[in-house]
Unconditional design. Sequence first.
Length: 289
Amino acid sequence: MATESNLTFFSKKPLECPLCEGKVYREEMRTGRGRQIAGNLTRELRRNYEPSKQYGPVFPLIYPVVVCPSCYYAAYPEDFSAVPENKQDILEEETDKRLDAFNGLLPPLDFTSPRGLAEGIGSYVLATMCYEHFPKQFSPTFKCGVSQLRAAWLCGDLHRLHPTENYDYLAKVFYRKARFYYSLAVEREQTGAEPMSGARHLGPDLDKNYGYDGVLYITGLLEFQYGPRSDQEKRKLALDRAKRTVARIFGMGKASKNKPAAILDNAREVYESIAKELGLQDADPEKDG
């Protein structure tokens, strides 16, 4: 195990990989001493952090996924050791697929040393590959969606550091995949096919849990920004669904005044943008919700 950094530490007691029985030392961020200086909240509900003089840029999203450095099995901490026995065989069979997943896409990954942005991106891709085989009680579809969204964010960060390496294109790929999984997760939640109760934190970032409202908002936003546009009739139908999805934020649960401004203001803006593209005048989300 590599020397720890000023930003992170490795757990002293290793986890055992449920697939290959290898040792997995989880890396976590240290807290305090100005390591995380909160900055603005983006339209996608991502919290940016200001670089500090002592520690430089920090990216807390690099660390949440636990990854076995030997077989690249990956999952969020609450699920890592809980993979069902009847799913272990297929996850073991896909070990080579996981090990080869990043050829030509990312620099060589090392999950035994302090992580960089590439390892952060890789961890979310690996988590998606693994969660596709998890049963519904783990809310795997949602976890695939939030993993792809975070991978897109980190690709954007990597693009700013290396603007000639096409990481911006890779970010768009992840955004489109996030859009697919978020839409499917909401559909499965609404039909009862797969509840989201198996996800402890609905994010999408780490600092605040925006709950189901946040999921609905991100679903609508991703459809608006990254949904297919080649077929205008299908685009119109998809946007109409997205508009109604966002409108549910205004009609659910507590009164609107008790919902976070970050959700309400952004949701209304996205709703109006969708309505504008659909050619609707004076659309009212509370009537759709």
